[in-house]
Design a protein around this ligand. Structure first.
Ligand code: FES
Length: 149
């Protein structure tokens, strides 16, 4: 598949994630998230580094029906993505769960490439659909306000 532009690298925050939709080979629409992998050096406010972004399917390895980014960005602590449900931490660069109930598990990665300040989806297995979450997923929306332990 051709590379498809997702967004500008400068629009990916360092303390949260960007959610977007993809389709896979079976035409199923899924959500993925862009995550900054390193602090961005700034020069007058503009990003200097053009790498430092990774991409993962948007679900926790503890309960796979739970989204990391529930539509407004997943929380991040010390450069790791945090699952709001039970506090699992995932390393931004490897996707490995470093702490929590699924410690040692890995998020599913999608290949992205940064060119001229834009982030492109360059994964042969997925096609870009659009920015934002899947609108019709009522199931997980309900669970976002229902923290279980
Ligand atoms: S669902 Fe993510 S830590 Fe439990």
């Amino acid at each position: 598949m051709d590379a498809e532009r997702i967004t500008a690298l400068s629009d990916v925050p360092t303390d949260s994630t960007v959610c977007f939709r993809v389709t896979d080979d079976s035409d199923e629409t899924q959500e993925a998230i862009l995550v900054r992998t390193a602090p961005v050096a700034t020069d007058g406010g503009d990003p200097v580094s053009e790498d430092g972004v990774s991409c993962w399917l948007n679900y926790c390895q503890h309960f796979t029906h739970i989204k990391l980014d529930k539509g407004s960005g997943a929380p991040m602590r010390d450069g790791e993505v945090v699952c709001a449900n039970h506090g699992a931490y995932f390393a931004a660069d490897s996707g490995r769960c470093t702490f929590g109930p699924c410690e040692g598990a890995y998020l599913t990665d999608l290949e992205v490439t940064v060119e001229d300040g834009d982030v492109y989806l360059t994964d042969d297995d997925y096609a870009f659909v659009g920015l934002g979450p899947v609108e019709t997923d009522d199931c997980d929306r309900a669970s976002s306000s229902n923290v279980e332990f």
